[in-house]
Design a protein around this ligand. Structure first.
Ligand code: GLN
Length: 190
């Protein structure tokens, strides 16, 4: 199973470590030639700064290619900034990046004081999982997507067909269950 991990900025190394710990093979995506002609089983768009990752995707001419993978059904997992990049719209920002997922994201949604925090909360079918939020977004509303987790009344994880997003960073904990959930999404693709 080959997972392409977008390595332009942000918390990508932790995703790679976790995926490899679970037996997946990973490939770092840093430039267009890393994706041209490659058949990925899955893609990860990590947390970081969505404005920076979005700008680099455009500058490196990879935005359309990544969107193309997602539109043809390649499973994708976006964490935090990755969630923002996948969202169809951003409530408090006029940008739209990949725009493939029918959710409205809200950037830096917890404000300054609650910018970063850790909690434990239920996630679809997994029971309680540890969640690390870093200047996180949340999801204001979902269209076609299914809600997977709600923390303090805010939607923090969702899925729409081949797209999975979390507002938190599962790769920054020792708990591998969310990554396993993603790998199962890939395995059940048939
Ligand atoms: N605040 C960042 C943004 O708006 C997201 C933070 C993160 O990915 N941890 O893109």
């Amino acid at each position: 199973m080959l997972i392409g991990v977008l390595c332009l900025q942000g918390a990508f190394i932790e995703h790679i470590r976790m995926l490899e710990r679970l037996g997946a093979q990973t490939k770092e995506i840093r430039q267009k030639k890393d994706i041209t002609g490659v058949d990925f089983d899955g893609l990860v768009i990590p947390g970081g700064e969505s404005t920076v990752i979005g700008k680099l995707l455009n500058d490196l001419d990879m935005m359309d290619d990544i969107r193309g993978f997602i539109e043809k059904g390649t499973p994708v997992f976006g964490t935090c900034a990755g969630l923002i990049l996948l969202a169809k719209s951003i409530a408090n920002d006029s940008h739209c990046y990949l725009g493939t997922m029918d959710i409205v994201a809200r950037r830096n949604a917890y404000g300054r004081q609650l910018g970063s925090f850790a909690t434990v909360a239920p996630f679809d079918g997994l029971g309680d999982v540890p969640m690390t939020f870093i200047r996180a977004p949340y999801i204001d509303s979902v269209g076609k997507a299914e809600i997977l987790s709600v923390v303090d009344g805010k939607i923090v994880a969702a899925r729409q067909d081949n797209q999975l997003v979390t507002a938190f960073h599962p790769e920054l904990t020792d708990d591998t269950r969310i990554h396993e959930y993603f790998l199962k999404m890939i395995a059940s693709r048939g």
